[in-house]
Design a protein around this ligand. Structure first.
Ligand code: NAP
Length: 327
C-alpha cells in the first residue's frame, strides 16, 4: 500500500469516528434535555404558580365553582381529596357504593369545615346504567371541580386468566368508564361557564407495566393518556385538567403489600393519605401533571431512566415467581 493511500484512509477513519461521536453526543444531549424538561416542568410551574396564588389568593370556589365532586370519596385518597377541598371552602359531593360510609364522611366534613355536602350512591362496576342517576344529581349543581379518583385492583396480584370475567369487566368500568363518562356529563356545563377543573387520579403504574396487575396498570395508562389529551381539548374553553400519578400510598387498596412487609422501617416510611394530600393538595390549580407526593416525583424521574423490562414492578414479579415455584 502507498503511504499517501494509508494517510487518506486514516483521515477517513478519524472523520467517521468524529461524526459518530457527534451523533451520540447529540442524542445524549437531546435525551438529557427531554428528561430535564419532563422532570423539572412540574416543580418550576408549582413554584411560579404558588407565588402567583400567594399574591392573588383567589378561593378555589371563586375560581372554579361552588361544588367539588369526588368519586371513591368514602375512603383512601378520595376521602383525602374530599377533606382537603372542603377545608379550602368547597361544598363537596361524595360518590361511592357504601351509603353508610359516605354519610359518615359527609357528617365529619360538615362538622369540621361547615361546608355543604351531598352523598350520591353509585356502583361504577355496573357500567353505563348508573350514569343517568349521576347526571340527574350532578348537572343542576355548579360543579367547579371533578376529582376522578375511583379505582380498584383485583386484590393481590393475579394472572389475567385467574381473575373472573365479572371482576375484569368491573375493573374496566370503574377505572376507565367512570372518569370517561363523568367527564362527558360535566364538561358541557364547565365549557359554558368557561371555568372548571378536572383532576384525574392515575398512577405511577401507568409508566410501569405490572405483571399480575396487568389490567390495573393498563387502565392507569388509559387514565394518563386520556387526561393529558383532555387537557389540550379543554384548554381553549378555559377548563383545566390535572393528571395525578401517585406512587405507593397506604390505603385499603395497598394494604396487602403492607401486611406482607416484614421490615418495620419500611412501614415507618410509607406515604399515608394525610402525607400525600399535604403535597398533592398544594398542586391543585397550579400544575397540570404531578405525582402528588415529592418522593413519588423522584421515583418517577428515576423510572424514566430505566428500560421497560427493568420498570416492571419488582414486588409483583416476586409474587409471580413465588406462585410459579408453588405450582
Ligand atoms: N393507594 C395507592 O398506592 C395508589 C397509588 C396510585 C394510584 N392510586 C389510585 O388512587 C385512587 C384511589 O385509590 P385508594 O388507594 O384510595 O383506594 P381505596 O382506599 O381502596 O378506596 C377506593 C374508594 O373507591 C370506592 N369504590 C370502590 N369500588 C367502587 C365502585 N365499584 N363504585 C363506586 N365506588 C367504588 C370505595 O368506596 P366503596 O367501597 O364504599 O364503594 C372507596 O371510597 C385509585 O384510582 C387508585 O388507582 C392509588
Amino acid at each position: 500500500m502507498l503511504p499517501t493511500q494509508s494517510v487518506s484512509q486514516s483521515k477517513i477513519i478519524a472523520s467517521t469516528t468524529m461524526d459518530l461521536y457527534c451523533f451520540f453526543a447529540g442524542i445524549g444531549l437531546y435525551v438529557c434535555a427531554v428528561w430535564l424538561y419532563e422532570n423539572l416542568r412540574t416543580p418550576v410551574l408549582l413554584t411560579l404558580n404558588s407565588v402567583k396564588h400567594f399574591i392573588f389568593r383567589t378561593k378555589l370556589s371563586q375560581r372554579y365553582g361552588k361544588w367539588a365532586v369526588i368519586t371513591g370519596a368514602s375512603d383512601g385518597i378520595g376521602k383525602g381529596y374530599a377533606h382537603y377541598l372542603a377545608q379550602k371552602g368547597m361544598a363537596v359531593v361524595l360518590v361511592a357504593r357504601n351509603e353508610a360510609k359516605l354519610n359518615k364522611v359527609a357528617a365529619e366534613i360538615k362538622a369540621k369545615y361547615g361546608v355543604d355536602t351531598k352523598v350520591v350512591v353509585a356502583d361504577f362496576s355496573k357500567g353505563q346504567t348508573v350514569f343517568p342517576h349521576l347526571e340527574k344529581a350532578l348537572v343542576p349543581l355548579d360543579v367547579g371541580i371533578l376529582v376522578n379518583n375511583v379505582g380498584v385492583t383485583h386484590g393481590s396480584p393475579k394472572y389475567v386468566d385467574e381473575v373472573s370475567q365479572d371482576d375484569l369487566w368491573g375493573l374496566i368500568n370503574v377505572n376507565i368508564g367512570a372518569a370517561t363518562l363523568l367527564s362527558n356529563i360535566l364538561i358541557p356545563s364547565m365549557k359554558r361557564r368557561h371555568r372548571g377543573l378536572i383532576v384525574n387520579v392515575s398512577s405511577m403504574a401507568s409508566i410501569a407495566p405490572s405483571s399480575c396487575l396487568a389490567t390495573y396498570a393498563a387502565s392507569k395508562s388509559y387514565m394518563t393518556s386520556f387526561s393529558i389529551a383532555l387537557r389540550e381539548e379543554l384548554r381553549p374553553f378555559g377548563v383545566e385538567v390535572q393528571t395525578v400519578r401517585p406512587g405507593f400510598v397506604h390505603t385499603n387498596m395497598t394494604d396487602f403489600i403492607v401486611t406482607g412487609m416484614k421490615d418495620k422501617i419500611d412501614k415507618k416510611y410509607l406515604v399515608r393519605v394525610d402525607n400525600f394530600m399535604a403535597y398533592a393538595g398544594c398542586t391543585i390549580g397550579k400544575t397540570d401533571l404531578t405525582c402528588g407526593h415529592w418522593s413519588h416525583g423522584l421515583q418517577t424521574a428515576g423510572l424514566y431512566l430505566l428500560p421497560e423490562f427493568v420498570r416492571l414492578s419488582p414486588v409483583l414479579l416476586m409474587e409471580l415467581e413465588k406462585d410459579t415455584q408453588i405450582t
